[in-house]
Design a protein around this ligand. Structure first.
Ligand SMILES: Cc1cc2nc3c(=O)[nH]c(=O)nc-3n(C[C@H](O)[C@H](O)[C@H](O)COP(=O)(O)OP(=O)(O)OC[C@H]3O[C@@H](n4cnc5c(N)ncnc54)[C@H](O)[C@@H]3O)c2cc1C
Length: 433
């Protein structure tokens, strides 16, 4: 690290690379703490982004960020939980966030990310962050006194001198790549294929807009997320081994095959009309060896990413963005931006990732699915699982103990059938081992 002149003024206190939920949350919160902020976003909003189903805990972030009323007024479909359906359509059990005592506001939303991200970016501007769209961060350097951020604005290069840089570039991972921080999760090497559809029937009961998670007979699964009165986001997630084994040539053909070969899905898609071309996205999960260093900090997917089965991404991104801003505010007060200073922040990011990861890894085993999709699980036990799935990853001791019991039962189910074995276990089912 090369020392620089400390008398040199800063262009802003903090720079944020990326204007998704993590970057906007950091920007808004840093402004609330009174710091000057520049946010550099590569794209021009509104823009498409996948990641449409939120958790209850996102509501707490909305209140902190001052957007709760705007989100409520935007007309996004209301989400109260999930409907779990087996491939043959025989189980239709609900996961109801309303049963969770440890969340303040259970009802959340399914969002069109183009609109949702725009609300957050507008809010960042409104509270005084300098938001520059169409500006890509191309590199950075860290010295004892400053972070130097290089960018390209419509092809013209520029450099900013700030106290610290927040990397919120999502899966692009500006700093994770620079410092080689990222480790892929070998058990979650998955591929997602998806699009938006019209004419997909909604759930018939009181929560018509809940997410449907439909298990395939193999290790894959589908999501159905209503994102407006007309459109439903439909996607399939497959372990890479199953995706590569498909004979179909184009993304459309591959997707159509998966939509046809699962009875419960074929039924729902009978009259569906696709609104956009099919997209294929690598959704390999990963985490970072550390989440902050001298004059830099990671927020959202720039730090870690988990397979989307439990819709954790946006809610974690908002939470970690707020935490990054609070951490930088504390660092600014003592003018200590050292890695040591950020150790507790890094630990918290790791802990949250580990807790959600356990559930996600579990979901890619048949024994977890046997219990998870069971029509009548013990209510108290299942409430402890729902508590975490509503976003409360650090629940009360009682809920943590009940979660342990749940995972103990999953371990028993692997050897002895305490619940009906409803899922394939042969090697061709594609479960990671
Ligand atoms: C298939 C799939 C389905 C998903 N489903 C869900 C779901 O249902 N619910 C959920 O909560 N999450 C879901 N996710 C996860 C969700 O998309 C992310 O977790 C979430 O968007 C993370 O927010 P973020 O702000 O960290 O990153 P992003 O939202 O990706 O934002 C990063 C921003 O940085 C910008 N950027 C990148 N590089 C640069 C650069 N060099 N300079 C400047 N700007 C840059 C990008 O343009 C982007 O706007 C899903 C993900 C996948 C892959």
């Amino acid at each position: 690290m090369t020392p620089t002149r400390s008398a040199e003024p800063y262009d802003y206190d903090f720079a944020i690379a990326g204007g998704g939920p993590a970057g906007c949350a950091t920007a808004i919160r840093l402004r609330e703490h009174g710091h000057s902020v520049v946010l550099l976003e590569r794209d021009t909003f509104p823009r498409f982004h996948i990641g449409e189903s939120l958790l209850s805990t996102a509501n707490d972030a909305f209140v902190t960020l001052g957007v709760a009323e705007r989100i409520a007024a935007a007309g996004f479909p209301e989400k109260w939980g999930a409907r779990l359906v087996t491939h043959d359509g025989k189980s239709g059990r609900g996961v109801n966030f309303g049963t969770v005592r440890e969340v303040r506001r259970p009802q959340t939303y399914q969002v069109s990310r183009a609109e949702f991200d725009m609300i957050l970016l507008d809010r960042a501007r409104e509270v005084g962050a300098e938001v520059r769209e169409g500006v890509r961060v191309t590199g950075c350097e860290f010295t004892r006194d400053a972070a130097h951020v290089d960018y390209a604005d419509e092809g013209s290069p520029g450099r900013l001198r700030v106290r610290a840089l927040v990397d919120a570039t999502g899966r692009n991972g500006l700093l994770a790549r620079k410092f080689d921080l990222r480790a892929d999760e070998p058990l979650l090497a998955n591929i997602a294929i998806y699009s938006h559809y019209k004419k997909v029937p909604r759930l018939a009961d009181g929560c018509p807009n809940d997410i449907r998670i439909i298990a395939r007979e193999d290790a894959g699964w589908f999501w159905f997320i209503p994102i407006s009165d007309e459109l439903t986001s439909v996607g399939v997630v497959l372990p890479q081994s199953l995706f590569l084994a498909m004979e179909e040539a184009t993304p459309e053909e591959r997707f159509d095959r998966t939509l046809r070969d699962t009875m419960a899905v074929a039924e729902l898609m009978r009259d569906a009309e696709r609104a956009w071309p099919v997209r294929v996205e690598k959704d390999f999960s990963y985490s970072a060896s550390k989440y902050a260093g001298e004059r830099w900090i990671l927020a959202g997917d720039a730090g870690s990413f988990l397979d989307p089965v439990f819709s954790t991404g946006v809610s974690i991104a908002l939470e970690s963005g707020i935490e990054a801003a609070d951490e930088l505010d504390r660092a600014r007060k003592t003018n200590d931006f050292s890695e040591k200073r950020f150790a507790a922040f890094s630990r918290r990011q790791k802990k949250r990732f580990e807790i959600f990861r356990r559930f996600v890894i579990g979901f890619y085993t048949p024994e977890f699915r046997d219990l998870f999709f069971q029509p009548d699980p013990p209510p108290t036990l299942f409430r402890s699982v729902t508590t975490v799935l509503a976003g409360r990853w650090d629940p009360s001791l009682r809920m943590r103990l009940l979660n342990r019991v749940f995972f103990a039962l999953v371990a028993v189910q692997k050897r002895f059938a305490i619940a009906q074995r409803a899922f394939r276990r042969d090697a061709g089912a594609g479960y990671p081992r």
